[in-house]
Design a protein around this ligand. Structure first.
Ligand SMILES: Cc1cc2nc3c(=O)[nH]c(=O)nc-3n(C[C@H](O)[C@H](O)[C@H](O)COP(=O)(O)OP(=O)(O)OC[C@H]3O[C@@H](n4cnc5c(N)ncnc54)[C@H](O)[C@@H]3O)c2cc1C
Length: 376
């Protein structure tokens, strides 16, 4: 029911305004208010904490629908849900009670602060530190690329609590830092190829004091593991966004192919176009099945690095291919802002980078396979 409701919402309220919002690079305040009412920000938060308590299999369908309308909208939801999941999965009961009910309402949204200027793929290379001082920790450093960096108000921040730890991941912890904490400020924001309307910001932490009660899970040294657990949700989410963008590109293409006439007949009658449409639909369906398999594995408990990695890798590469084919099918018009396909084409590359690049997904997949097929 909720997926059907989101689908109707996307058709009626998102698609008609997406083009304008993206062209003006406008943060979608009105749509966010409507998403709050629909309960999207609370989708995976358990009912006990004021959420809808959806499983991930349902959640990925919601994300796919949102991305079909406008990928940026699904991006605003993604990091929020990821941070809520980390609190639910790894937080103390006190942290769950304190943060999840307010996050479920959608007024206070989450942001994820892992990457830094010199540490993206190599998360263990982060420089941010958190030093214990009595009942508080003092955070120093800067985070880059923070989605929702300006509009979010609860940040999950990865920092080194023991900079001497070897390997470094053993000395990392995650802190829940609230907007307005003295010393936390926004640095530069980025103008991007696509993914418009969503803030991608630098956050600067200068002697930011947070209560020790904001250390996720209450134990030092578990932050890297918590981050990787959260990124599984992020990767499933990006796969869902990729399927949503590709589905939109396919929908527009199969309609256009039946309307556009060349050489005396609709281009959909030309077999070369039919083959493109067949390949596009087949790839989308294959990506969707991988996505659903990963979501189901996540729902069954435990880690799903392999499944999430495969879904993210395949879906994001597929999205890149399908949006290019959509552009070709639209001919010269596809290259203009008269049609939405150029937006899909610009939104697709971020799917290849966000929550870990394709190269990193391949490394994750290979590591899992080598464990699974180890011969000694
Ligand atoms: C729009 C946007 C939003 C983002 N939002 C967030 C966010 O909310 N929170 C957050 O923490 N981060 C966020 N990120 C950061 C994102 O996760 C990183 O950009 C991504 O992980 C890649 O890191 P990097 O940019 O440092 O590239 P690098 O790590 O420098 O990689 C550069 C290239 O080298 C390749 N490479 C690196 N290491 C290897 C290796 N071992 N083997 C093979 N190839 C390798 C990469 O695949 C890539 O092709 C965002 C990024 C963007 C662009």
């Amino acid at each position: 029911m909720i997926v059907a409701e989101i689908r109707r919402f996307v058709d009626r309220e998102v698609i008609p305004v997406a083009h304008e919002l993206e062209r003006n690079d406008t943060y979608p305040v009105d749509l966010i208010e409507k998403l709050k009412v629909l309960g999207v920000f609370s989708a995976t938060i358990p009912e006990a904490y004021g959420g809808l308590g959806c499983d991930f299999l349902t959640y990925v369908q919601i994300v796919e629908e949102l991305a079909r309308g406008w990928m940026s909208l699904s991006g605003i939801v993604n990091t929020h849900v990821l941070v809520a999941h980390m609190i639910q999965q790894y937080g103390t009961e006190e942290q769950r009670q304190r943060f999840l009910p307010v996050m479920a309402q959608g007024d206070r949204r989450g942001g994820l602060c892992l990457s830094e200027a010199s540490a993206g793929s190599d998360v263990q290379a982060i420089m941010m530190t958190a030093r214990r001082d009595g009942d508080e920790y003092v955070l120093d450093g800067a985070k880059l690329w923070v989605t929702n960096g300006i509009h979010a108000s609860i940040f999950a921040v990865l920092a080194r609590t023991n900079p001497q730890a070897r390997p470094p991941y053993r000395g990392m912890s995650i802190f829940l830092v609230e907007k307005g904490t003295p010393g936390l400020s926004a640095g530069r924001t980025f103008e991007k190829l696509g993914y418009k309307g969503v803030d991608t910001a630098e956050l600067v932490f200068e002697q930011v004091r947070v209560p020790a009660a904001n250390l996720l899970g209450g134990v030092e040294g578990a932050g890297f593991k918590h981050a990787m657990g959260g990124l599984e949700v992020g990767r499933i989410n990006v796969a869902a966004r990729a399927v949503g963008i590709a589905q939109a590109a396919f929908n527009d293409s199969i309609r256009y192919a039946q309307q556009r006439v060349a050489f005396g007949e609709p281009i959909a009658h030309h077999q070369a176009i039919q083959m493109k449409l067949a390949d596009m639909a087949t790839k989308i369906e294959a990506a969707r099945l991988l996505l659903q398999k990963a979501a189901a594995k996540k729902d069954s408990g435990g880690r799903c690095d392999l499944e999430a990695g495969m879904a993210k890798l395949f879906a994001s590469e597929m999205c890149q291919e399908v949006t290019l084919e959509a552009l070709r099918i639209h001919g010269g018009f596809g290259y203009t802002k008269e049609f939405n396909v150029e937006r899909y084409y610009r939104d697709a590359p971020f799917m290849l980078v966000g929550e870990g690049t394709s190269e990193i997904q391949r490394l994750i997949i290979a590591r899992q396979l080598l464990q699974q097929y180890a011969i000694d």
